[in-house]
Structure formats: structure tokens, C-alpha cells
Design a protein around this ligand. Structure first.
Ligand code: PMP
Length: 391
């Protein structure tokens, strides 16, 4: 019987052989369109800082002021004595942003999703998830004890068949990403909500990639789809992407939020996010209203990138969001493409299995409001050069 060393070593060796070994970059600068790695400046097209708020002076100032007033550590979980005024104010602002009675902060999106699903669901229930949902949704569903069913990506008909095949008297939850993190496409939320209503199911939307970017005032993809909280009763979103901070929240009605406070183990048994981070989050939420130009500029860059990439015949995917992947297929080729871009001074991640299905490795290009037209044009130009060699 081999020991742990042999087993772990074999797994890593196999990963290397399959071109699936992952390596971290160490940034020597803040997030932004230009970042420093190993002493070299790169144009950054792999960050989820979609609005360019991670290093925004007002967000940084709010963090600093928050730390001066509240210190760094929150000291305890929310239910002990870790909940402070910035947490409360940010929750109120997020409830208002999303048009729901209440919002509840979690320390990460991973915790928010797993905590919500394991609190809502119990054995005998049915949870239906899009095949391409984020890992935290899949993990939460699998750990919940509910009967777990996946449906084909964005396929409302397949979902309907699965709902009809399920026991009619079981509680049903349909769970989707609002914007799919590795494809950039959006869920057909209006159709999903109509189906849920028809079958007395609840709809949960993870809007990690839609909040701040989509919908009126940056309220997200649920608002963009015209759905209210009766049609999509569970809304989760993160603060670490367009809002430039860290953490996440669930927004919903009183009953849902109180149930999470009382029941979500990932909420109860974990230290609250630092109050200064909540203060920074509040500054970021306010910037959604005062700097609406960021959303508009990002939209314009998305159009510019897609038009340019289409003209070059690059393998674009069906996405209108800030996530603009180029489908490569083979993991090794995606790695080689990403390495050639890096050599040319551009950071673009190669996304490989298990994050995406086998044979669909891709370059995940992300655009942000902090990029300029000229930077997007420079990316297109280098993509054309590298594609000539690699594709
Ligand atoms: N949901 C989605 C769709 C995500 O993309 C992510 C982050 N990759 C998460 C949840 C997890 O959020 P966090 O990074 O805050 O844990």
C-alpha cells in the first residue's frame, strides 16, 4: 500500500504530463491594467477587477480610514462580536443595490454558496444545476444531502424534463451562474424564472460576474433580466470582482437571511471579514452610482474587442460580457498560447480541466474599465501575431 508521499507525487506527475499543472504568478504591484511580475510590466487581461476599482483611490482611502477606526482583524465571527458598523452599512447598501429587503455578508463567495445551499436544502429535496456552474455551487449542492441533478448548459428544455421527472411534492431549487465565469455567456434568467414559477421551484442566481457590471446602476444580471425577488428569491454575488474588494453576500427576504444567520455553518463558524474591507466595499458600491462611466467604457471595450477579434478570425465564444474567452481546445496548446502572450508582455490565463470540460481549454481574456482603447488594440495585435504561429 503506497503512502501519502507516493500518492501525492504520482498525482502531481500525472498533472504535469497532462499539461494541467498550475502555477501562481506573484504580483509586485496593485491590480490594474498594467501589473508587475518578476520585475517586468505586463498588460493584464486576466483580472476580474472589471470596473478597475481594486486600486481606486476612494476604495483605498476607505480601507485605510476603516483600518484606522476599526483596526484590522474583526476579532470574532459575526454572531459573537465580529459584526461592526461597516458590515451593517455595507449590507444595507447591497440590499438597496439589489432591490431586496436584506443582504448578508460572507467572507468569500465560496462560503456564501456552500453555506446557502447547505442551509436551504435537505435530503428529499431536489437541486438542479447548470453543468457549467461554479465549483462552489456544485460543491454546496453535493454536500447538501439533496438529490443533485445537472442540466445541459443554458438548456431550459433539458431542465424542464428533469424537473418533470422529479417527485412532484419535493422542494426544488434551480441554481445558475448569472454570467458563466469561464464562458462569459449569461443564463436565460427570464425563461428559467418562468419555468420555476410553473413548477413551484425556487431560483438561485450566483451573480459574481454580473454584479456591478450589468443591469441598471450595476445591480447585476437579475435586474438586467427584469426579475424581482419573488422570481429569483436567492441572489448571491461577490465583492472580489467588479467591486474590487473581497467577500460576498446573499440578498433576499427576511426569512431567507435570518435562516442563513441562524443556520449557515459557513457564516456562523468563521471570522467576519475585516471591517475595513466592508468599509472599502461600501465605497465601491457608491462608485457604481457616481462613476457610471466605468460600465459604459467597459461595454464599449467589449464591443471593440469582439469586432477586432472577429475580423481576425479568432475563436471567440458567445459572450457579451467582460469575459471574452478564446476557445483553443487542447490544454498544451492553450498553455503554449498563453506563454507566447506572456513573452510578448501580456498576461492572459490558460484555463484547463478540471475548471473547464476536457477538450475545451481556452484563453480567458477579461476586459476592465481601466483598460484603454489602445491597450485593447495592442492585445488584438499580439493575438493576431501569436495566433499566426500557434493556431
Ligand atoms: N461564484 C462564481 C461564479 C465565481 O466565479 C467565484 C470566484 N471565482 C465564486 C463564486 C467564489 O467567490 P470567492 O472568490 O469570493 O470565493
Amino acid at each position: 500500500m503506497p503512502g501519502f508521499n507516493e500518492r501525492l507525487g504520482a498525482v502531481l506527475a500525472q498533472r504535469r504530463r497532462d499539461d494541467l499543472y498550475r502555477q501562481r504568478l506573484t504580483l509586485e504591484s496593485s491590480q490594474g491594467p498594467r501589473v508587475r511580475v518578476d520585475g517586468r510590466e505586463y498588460l493584464n487581461f486576466c483580472s476580474n477587477d472589471y470596473l478597475g476599482l481594486a486600486a481606486h483611490p476612494q476604495v483605498v482611502a476607505a480601507l485605510r480610514a476603516g483600518a484606522e477606526r476599526y483596526g484590522v482583524g474583526s476579532g470574532a465571527s459575526h454572531l459573537v462580536c465580529g459584526h461592526s458598523t461597516p458590515h451593517r452599512e455595507l449590507e444595507e447598501a447591497l440590499a438597496e443595490l439589489t432591490g431586496r429587503p436584506r443582504a448578508l455578508l460572507f467572507s468569500s463567495g465560496y462560503a456564501a454558496n456552500t453555506g446557502t445551499l447547505t442551509t436551504l436544502l435537505q435530503s428529499g429535496d431536489q437541486v438542479f444545476q447548470d453543468r457549467l456552474n461554479h465549483a462552489s455551487l456544485l460543491d454546496g449542492g453535493l454536500h447538501s444531502g439533496a438529490r443533485f441533478r445537472r442540466f445541459a448548459h443554458n438548456n431550459v428544455t433539458d431542465l424542464e424534463h428533469k424537473i418533470i421527472a422529479a417527485p412532484p411534492d419535493s422542494a426544488k431549487l434551480v441554481v445558475v451562474d448569472g454570467v458563466f465565469s469561464m464562458d462569459g455567456d449569461t443564463a436565460p434568467l427570464a425563461d428559467l424564472a418562468a419555468l420555476c414559477q410553473q413548477h413551484n421551484a425556487w431560483l438561485m442566481v450566483d451573480d459574481a460576474h454580473g454584479i456591478g457590471v450589468m443591469g441598471e446602476g450595476g445591480a447585476g444580471s437579475v435586474t438586467a433580466a427584469g426579475l424581482d425577488s419573488a422570481q429569483a428569491p436567492v441572489l448571491m454575488a461577490t465583492l472580489g470582482k467588479a467591486l474590487g474588494c473581497a467577500g460576498a453576500f446573499v440578498a433576499g427576504d427576511e426569512l431567507l437571511i435570518e435562516s442563513l444567520i441562524q443556520g449557515a455553518r459557513n457564516y456562523i463558524y468563521t471570522t467576519a471579514m475585516p471591517p475595513a474591507v466592508a468599509a472599502a466595499g461600501l465605497a465601491a458600491v457608491r462608485l457604481l452610482a457616481t462613476e457610471a462611466w466605468r460600465r459604459e467604457h467597459l461595454q464599449q471595450l467589449i464591443g471593440r474587442f469582439r469586432a477586432g477579434a472577429e475580423a481576425l478570425g479568432l475563436p471567440l465564444m458567445d459572450s457579451d460580457s467582460a469575459i471574452q474567452p478564446l476557445q483553443i481546445g487542447d490544454a498544451g496548446r492553450a498553455m503554449a498560447f498563453s506563454a507566447a502572450l506572456r513573452q510578448a508582455g501580456f498576461l492572459v490565463g490558460a484555463i484547463r480541466p478540471p475548471t473547464v470540460p476536457a477538450g475545451t481549454s481556452r484563453l480567458r481574456i477579461t476586459l476592465t474599465a481601466a483598460h484603454t482603447d489602445a491597450e485593447v488594440d495592442a492585445l488584438l495585435s499580439v493575438l493576431a501575431d501569436v495566433a499566426g504561429e500557434q493556431l
